[in-house]
Design a protein around this ligand. Structure first.
Ligand code: DQA
Length: 147
């Protein structure tokens, strides 16, 4: 089983950017944690980050063509603006979990819209970097229930 974990703009700055919202773990630390977690459960991961919207669209499409089971996506600020990412997720029909490290629902008004949510099977917010682990677990359980 293969899962794509896709991160949007500024998530490469984890550990540096606004630790009160995003914690102290670096992006490299996150990648290591998720890779080890998934490996231990026999799940193959492709973990990707880009600051560019079109690159994120390309990676969502790649997940489909690579035969991934599902997608975990934190679109960063593109959550609140990008119909292109929503369309890409819809195009793949892959089960997609939306993750936000911070509790977006308790933040600024402009963070209250999520375009991608319409296509997501689950949303995790405010659980820090553990939210990605929850998302992986959710996809593992979902795949078991299907087989
Ligand atoms: C975020 C929340 C977004 O509003 C913000 O633009 C981000 C990170 C989160 O993980 O909490 O870049 O998606």
């Amino acid at each position: 089983m293969k899962i794509y974990i896709i991160n949007g703009p500024n998530l490469n700055m984890l550990g540096i950017r606004e630790p009160a919202h995003y914690g102290s773990m670096s992006y490299d630390g996150l990648v290591k944690m998720l890779t080890e977690y998934a490996d231990a459960r026999g799940v193959e991961t492709v973990i990707y980050q880009s600051n560019h919207e079109g690159d994120l669209v390309d990676m969502i499409q790649e997940a489909y063509f690579a035969g991934a089971y599902g997608i975990v996506i934190n679109p960063g600020a593109y959550t609140h603006t990008s119909i292109a990412l929503l369309d890409a997720v819809k195009a793949t029909s892959l089960p997609t979990v939306e993750v936000h490290i911070s509790k977006v629902e308790e933040r600024e008004a402009y963070r209250q819209v999520s375009y991608v949510r319409e296509a997501a099977v689950k949303t995790v917010t405010g659980h820090g970097t553990d939210g990605y682990i929850e998302a992986i677990d959710f996809l593992i359980e979902r795949s078991k229930n299907e087989s």
